[in-house]
Design a protein around this ligand. Structure first.
Ligand code: PSU
Ligand code: MN
Length: 316
């Protein structure tokens, strides 16, 4: 049963997404913040379209989510994507910003956290993005923990990702998810991946290789009464990856420079990413686009397996 508040948020479904949800066909929710804040125009628009195509080739319908005119758009059109990709200054909207941006009526680009909120409202049980937010390095002093992690403890949406970037403290990120009882399963690999690196150096708590077992595990998680997410990781393809040691070396240097120059808070992520980009001579941004696409393909495939499993169980 839906809560009364649920009914009051206007959702604008793309026709294809609405039909798919009606028929119990697989849909994968996708974030829009990566379009507006992750990559420059026109790479961002081209990548967003490739990500949608990858979800389709995995066997599901893509639903890229944003906010505009006081409504949540669930399934942006190509024209929407191009407009968001090319309009400067669209705010990054996380979970806590969502009520205000909806009330104000402007455009908003949704992070992983707010996309998961929207996906649950829309009845989409799957979300995919290459890099999730996590616990930042130095969080014991700064308390900088991405609200993506907190949202995973509150929304019943399975998240397919390529882990998180090495600029974060991935050990603490895994600890947080364990403490909060959010399952972390690596799909067909042993390690927790690190975005454009195949491995973070941390072993994954769980490994599953079978799509249907993953689908059943997700349903079990919810059947057990957990009102929370389920993380499935899939690593970047080796041919697209950047060597972890190379990233570590670039990061160590960048972290020293950041400390020296007093860079912190909101500014730190972009600063570190730029430094890694320079050190890898632009290869990291190529790897960035590749991992967004390959993760989406796996997201589509697992969403398809999940929808098929639900149909089998409920016989609809
Ligand atoms: N990680 C990436 N690229 C990104 C983000 C994370 O590799 O673009 C974005 C996502 O939208 C994610 C958000 O939800 O940053 C997390 O931001 P914060 O750490 O401020 O919660
Ligand atoms: Mn933060």
């Amino acid at each position: 049963m839906s809560s009364p508040a649920h009914e009051q948020i206007p959702l604008d479904f793309g026709a294809e997404v609405r039909d798919a949800l009606h028929e119990g066909r697989p849909v994968v929710a996708l974030e829009s913040n990566v379009i507006t804040h992750g990559l420059p125009y026109p790479d961002n628009a081209a990548t967003a379209r490739k990500v949608e195509a990858a979800v389709r080739s995995g066997g599901a319908v893509p639903a890229t989510i944003a906010v505009e005119g006081g409504r949540i758009v669930v399934g942006m059109s190509d024209a929407d994507i191009d407009r968001f990709a090319s309009t400067p200054g669209i705010p990054k909207v996380s979970s806590r910003d969502l009520p205000v941006v909806l009330a104000q009526g402007g455009m908003g680009a949704l992070t992983v956290a707010s996309s998961v909120v929207a996906a649950e409202l829309a009845g989409i049980p799957f979300f995919s993005s290459a890099g999730i937010g996590g616990v930042h390095r130095g969080a014991e002093r700064t308390m900088d923990v991405s609200s993506d992690l907190i949202q995973f403890t509150r929304s019943k949406v399975a998240v397919v990702c390529a882990g998180a970037k090495k600029i974060l403290d991935l050990g603490l990120t895994l600890e947080y998810l364990e403490t909060q009882c959010v399952p972390v399963v690596s799909y067909r690999s042993d390690d927790f991946p690190a975005f454009y690196c195949v491995s973070s150096g941390f072993r994954s708590p769980l490994r599953l290789d079978d799509d249907e077992v993953i689908a059943r595990s997700i349903e079990n998680h919810w059947a057990l009464g957990n009102h929370s997410g389920f993380l499935v990781t899939t690593p970047v393809r080796p041919q697209d990856a950047i060597d972890g040691d190379e990233v570590d070396a670039a990061l160590a240097e960048a972290l020293r420079a950041a400390e020296r120059d007093g860079i912190r808070g909101q500014a730190i992520t972009k600063y570190l990413m730029r430094a890694v980009d320079r050190a890898t001579e632009g290869r990291s941004s190529k790897a960035n686009m590749a991992v967004l696409v390959s993760t989406a393909e796996v997201g589509g495939r697992l969403a398809a397996a999940h929808a098929a499993y639900r149909k089998g169980v409920h016989g609809s």
